[in-house]
Design a protein around this ligand. Structure first.
Ligand SMILES: [Zn+2]
Length: 86
């Protein structure tokens, strides 16, 4: 699929769907902080700088796991899109 087809399909439907396309990464939006900490108990994002425990399941944040979360701009010959990868 082309990016423009994916963008139009997502505007016409609220259902999530899997698509693939070939494109070029033109920008990395969060290159200086491309990760977050997730709770080892429930996998929710946790903020270790504010809370000692997960606000969802109360598990200790000391055990949280760093995970990649990269926000990029991709483009092909038809359009560009903002994409978040985990
Ligand atoms: Zn949790």
């Amino acid at each position: 699929m082309n990016i423009i087809d994916i963008m139009q399909a997502s505007q016409n439907s609220s259902k999530a769907q899997y698509c693939s396309f070939t494109g070029k990464i033109s920008n990395i939006l969060n290159r200086h902080e491309a990760w977050y900490y997730s709770c080892k108990g429930c996998n929710k994002k946790v903020d270790k700088t504010i809370y000692d425990k997960c606000q969802n399941c109360q598990k200790n944040n000391e055990d949280s796991i760093p995970r990649y979360l990269v926000k990029i701009i991709v483009e092909d010959e038809t359009d560009s899109a903002r994409v978040t990868t985990f």
